[in-house]
Design a binder for this molecule. Structure first.
Ligand SMILES: *Cc1c(COP(=O)(O)O)cnc(C)c1O
Ligand SMILES: [Zn+2]
Length: 414
């Protein structure tokens, strides 16, 4: 049995039954899953987790649904790799990359979708749906196919080909909407009131959001049950950042960490869609919605639902934020690939560019153990880098041609 006790309003604290709902009927605040931490502490141990599956479901006791009935394509337990060459370029010390490009549909969204669809099945839904900036579309379509569920996936019509084809291939309904993500999301909120479907990031959002905690759980486990000093997390709605912060504290709460973690949390946005970073940098509590204009489409939410909570987490932990340009994003994608052999999508470029800025300004220090979250694969946003990378030479198929080209090649690889 999952250790869930209620849905709890994050604003006023009122409690509600475990149902497909997401706002407090009293104050309209967002609802969050509440747990019986004492019961979890009595049930879990580092050993019980180590004996679990190599997926997010090894942390089932800290998730809102049952492992036995889970919709599981193997999301989670992605590598945490040391990044010494990137660290050296940026003047940092102990730097790690959580490589979430290696999930089943190549983004971190598989974590949240695996949890959301498991809960949707438990609630008895036959149809699942979502409003997506791209990666969620991939993941919902794939997990729905795996579970034999019907799916309706709504996306802005201007998404990258690498996200449209990779969603449509799973055979669900893919609806392209002439508008930006915020238009799509508003439409889905209306549809959720009309169609008896599980919209993973609308009416089952409280459960969906919990999946992001596994990024913190895995990080700590992979560091030998220790929390890092500083993490850098990309922000779209702000949910992932908020839940990573929550995840580290839950581990202490249930006795899996010996010391109370004090993880500084920093947030990364693209300048062309930076409502959260802008409010943070202005020292404001008020997030002004924007019209997105950036190559980082997976992060292009102009009116972020969890932005306020993200700012709160960053301020309370002594982290920082940055808003980076599209040129910085492209350079950072190449820097990460060149130094560590990891090809990230534009969101990863945003994270690495932010790491670079915060390292240069001294906010992230060389004495800190730093973890950055690389949340999506570069093959999904090829158009970001294809204009600036290509063959270093094109030659005829004979050895003389190579001999002729060689000096220039040797020169360019210095
Ligand atoms: C959705 C997404 C995020 C973060 O989303 P939140 O809405 O802030 O939880 C980060 N990276 C990628 C690649 C994404 O697709
Ligand atoms: Zn409330």
């Amino acid at each position: 049995m999952a250790f869930v006790t209620a849905l709890k309003c994050r604003e006023c604290g009122r409690e509600y039954p475990i149902e497909p709902s997401y706002t407090c009927s009293w104050c309209f605040g967002p609802l969050e899953v509440a747990y019986d931490y004492d019961a979890i502490r009595a049930s879990v141990s580092r050993e019980s987790i180590a004996a679990g599956p190599l997926s997010v479901w090894r942390y089932a006791d800290l998730l809102p649904s049952e492992r036995q009935e889970s919709v599981d394509l193997g999301a989670g337990f992605t590598p945490l790799v040391r990044a010494p060459r990137l660290a050296a370029e940026l003047g940092l010390g102990e730097l790690w990359i959580k490589n979430d490009t290696l999930n089943p549909t190549n983004s971190f969204k598989d974590r949240v979708v695996s949890v959301a669809l498991s809960k949707a099945l438990e609630f008895g839904f036959k149809v699942v749906a979502c409003a997506s900036t791209g990666n969620l579309a991939n993941s919902v379509a794939a997990h729905a196919a795996h579970a034999g569920l019907e799916s309706y996936v709504f996306i802005p019509s201007n998404l990258e080909a690498g996200k449209i084809v990779t969603t449509a291939v799973y055979g669900g309904n893919l609806v392209a909407v002439d508008g930006n993500y915020d238009d799509v999301n508003r439409l889905c909120a209306e549809l959720a009131g009309t169609y008896p479907w599980a919209f993973v990031n609308v009416n089952v959002r409280p459960y969906y959001a919990e999946g992001s905690k596994t990024l913190a759980f895995e990080t700590a486990e992979q560091l030998g049950w220790q929390a890092p000093d500083h993490v850098v997390v990309p922000i779209a709605s702000g949910s992932q950042l908020t839940k990573i912060h929550k995840g580290f504290h839950e581990l202490f709460e249930v006795g899996l960490l010996d010391e109370e973690p004090s993880v500084r949390v920093s947030g990364a946005q693209a300048l062309g869609c930076s409502p959260v970073a802008t409010a943070f940098l202005e020292g404001s509590e008020v997030i002004k919605p924007v019209k997105p204009d950036t190559i980082a489409k997976s992060l292009a939410i102009g009116n972020p639902a969890d932005g306020y909570f993200a700012i709160d987490a960053v301020r309370n932990t002594g982290g920082a934020m940055a808003a980076v340009t599209d040129d910085e994003i492209v350079d950072a994608i190449r820097l990460l690939a060149r130094t560590e052999g990891i090809f990230a999508e534009t969101a990863g470029g945003v994270t690495v560019a932010t790491l670079s800025r915060l390292a240069a300004s001294g906010v992230i220090r060389p004495d800190e153990r730093v973890v950055i979250y690389i949340t999506g694969h570069g093959l999904k946003t090829l158009e970001a880098v294809s204009p600036v990378v290509g063959p270093t030479a094109t030659i005829r198929p004979n050895i003389e041609a190579f001999h002729d080209a060689f000096p220039a090649l040797e020169e360019s690889s210095k």
